[in-house]
Design a protein around this ligand. Structure first.
Ligand code: ADP
Length: 500
């Protein structure tokens, strides 16, 4: 019987299930959206039971579209929205509160207190992160402080914490396994990424009992088996869960960035850049975060990560805010109708600027407008702005690691834009490599799972699967590149410290 690996891709807005074959091809897929809750300004929650339901339905639908019988799933891999926090009762599996989503800002004041208490350097040294509401640790504290009786129960060992991978594993194994992988653990702000264990000093500072925390395991490893008798998932009984990684790390793996220095960028609503930095972790001087990439074959690899807040969302602004295009793909037609932006530079600091500037008071700016400026120039400036922001991050990374990037692998919704990819290659002076299968996140989870059970033999086996769809190479000279980049930096200066 033909066998497949099932990847669960539990994202921020939808739960997906994808069946991969030995060539890394997609054999069946399904996706279900679920509700976002915004109980207050800046707060974001999900219903953990709805996440579970949607994930289960996605699995059964993917199995149906792929027409795969019971017994044909070799392994399950899980990848997930990172940092999102669930706390539930060990005895019943009932969440004590909704999942607090990574985007949620409700714990900003807890973070400020932690910073004021002088913990910043310690946290960065141990976890690789900067103290921020984004990560799980302060979200756990919030639940313990604000849900009636939660702290007492937690102290009696009756509550469990998990990121979404842990939540899914716990349910799939019938409550037998309470575990996470190193890559997800490294986004909690509680995990010592070098010793690969939970850090007691940070746990104590936040009042988080050790009994709540899952066991942290290598990303390709034994996370238990699907329990028999889960309604709707009978066909998966005893299938091993053997690959787990946070979404960005899974994408890095799915892109085949197995060696030090290899990097991928995901062009979605925001952009997520990640570079493999090899077997020792490093700390950034430029405001990037260090994270575990994955644990595999008895080794751990690390990565540097940076994100652009407004990536593809700038194209949406062109559509919904300015009304200059009717659909996202139209930006390409408009932008290609001119040879360049005619001197217009847009700095889309709509919500401030992230790495390497970290200026929350910066605001969007458009400079260089003349009487000759047209909507086509602005469309071009929109694409330029995405590429320039990625260049900023890559320059910061190169400065941290001390060598130059040789190639950038790309995925995500806006990576389909040929004109954007060409601009990116021109700006970076390196080749942009776009694979055929752009479902790199799910693929990465499938690979981690399949490697553990021997479905794929080794990394070479996987690399042989990677088919390049197109490579973009630089078409401008170095002098021109330098000139354009310095103009961008000049424009960035104009946008800074504006709303202060
Ligand atoms: P997310 O996972 O963050 O929701 P996606 O990876 O689905 O994002 O990417 C969505 C983004 O891709 C949108 O912001 C949209 O502007 C952009 N996009 C979609 N199609 C195109 C296209 N043909 N050309 C350029 N950008 C596109």
């Amino acid at each position: 019987m033909e066998k497949y690996v099932l990847a669960l891709d539990q994202g921020t807005t939808s739960s997906r299930a994808i069946l991969f074959d030995r060539n890394g091809g997609i054999h069946g897929t399904a996706q279900l959206e679920f509700k976002q809750y915004y109980p207050h300004e800046g707060w974001v929650e999900h219903d953990p039971m709805e996440i579970l339901r949607s994930q289960k339905l996605a699995i059964t639908a993917a199995m149906e579209t792929g027409e795969v019988p019971a017994g044909s799933i070799a392994a399950i891999g899980i990848t997930n929205q990172r940092e999102t926090t669930v706390v539930w009762e060990k005895a019943t599996g009932r969440p004590v509160y909704n999942a607090i989503v990574w985007q949620c800002r409700r714990t900003a004041d807890i973070c400020e207190k932690l910073i004021a208490s002088g913990l910043s350097d310690y946290v960065t040294e141990k976890t690789g992160l900067l103290i921020d509401a984004y990560f799980s640790a302060t979200k756990i504290k919030w639940i313990l402080d604000n849900v009636e009786g939660a702290r007492e129960k937690a102290e009696r060992g009756e509550l469990l914490f998990g990121t979404i991978d842990t939540w899914l594993i716990w349910w799939l194994t019938g409550g037998k396994v309470h575990a996470t992988d190193y890559s997800n653990a490294s986004r909690t702000m509680l995990f010592d990424i070098d010793r690969l264990e939970w850090d007691e000093k940070i746990m104590n500072a936040l009042g988080i009992p050790a009994s709540m925390l899952p066991k942290a395991l290598p990303s390709s490893g034994d996370f238990g088996c699907v329990a028999p008798g889960i309604p709707g998932l009978e066909a998966l009984a005893w299938v091993p869960i053997s690959g787990v990684a946070g979404d960005q790390q899974a994408a890095l793996f799915g892109q085949g960035c197995f060696s030090k220095g290899q990097a991928k960028n995901t062009y979605g609503t925001g952009c997520f850049l990640m570079m493999n930095t090899g077997e020792s972790s490093m700390r950034s001087r430029n405001g990037l975060v260090a994270t575990v990439a994955w644990g595999l074959n008895g080794k751990v690899e690390y990565a540097l990560e940076g994100s652009v807040f407004n990536g593809g969302s700038v194209i949406k602004w062109l559509r919904d805010g300015l009304g200059l295009i009717k659909s996202a793909p139209e930006v390409n037609i408009l932008a290609e109708s001119v040879k360049d932006a005619g001197g217009v530079i847009l700095v889309p600091a709509f919500t401030g600027l992230g790495a390497p500037y970290w200026d929350m008071y910066a605001r969007g700016t458009m400079v260089g407008i003349t009487r000759g400026t047209t909507s086509a120039h602005i469309a071009r400036a929109v694409l330029d702005s995405i590429a320039y922001q990625v260049k900023d991050l890559i320059s910061a990374m190169e400065d941290d690691v001390g060598f130059r990037l040789s190639e950038l692998r790309v995925d995500g919704g806006a990576s389909v834009s040929n004109v954007l990819m060409q601009i990116q290659s021109d700006m970076l002076g390196v080749a942009i490599n776009r694979p055929e299968v752009v479902e790199t996140t799910a693929l990465g989870a499938a690979y981690l799972a399949g490697l553990y059970v021997g479905y794929w033999k080794d990394l070479d086996d996987i690399e042989a699967n990677r088919k390049v769809e197109r490579v973009f190479t630089p078409a401008i000279e170095e002098a021109e590149r330098k000139h354009r980049y310095s103009e961008w930096q000049r424009a960035v200066e104009r946008s800074r410290n504006w709303s202060n």
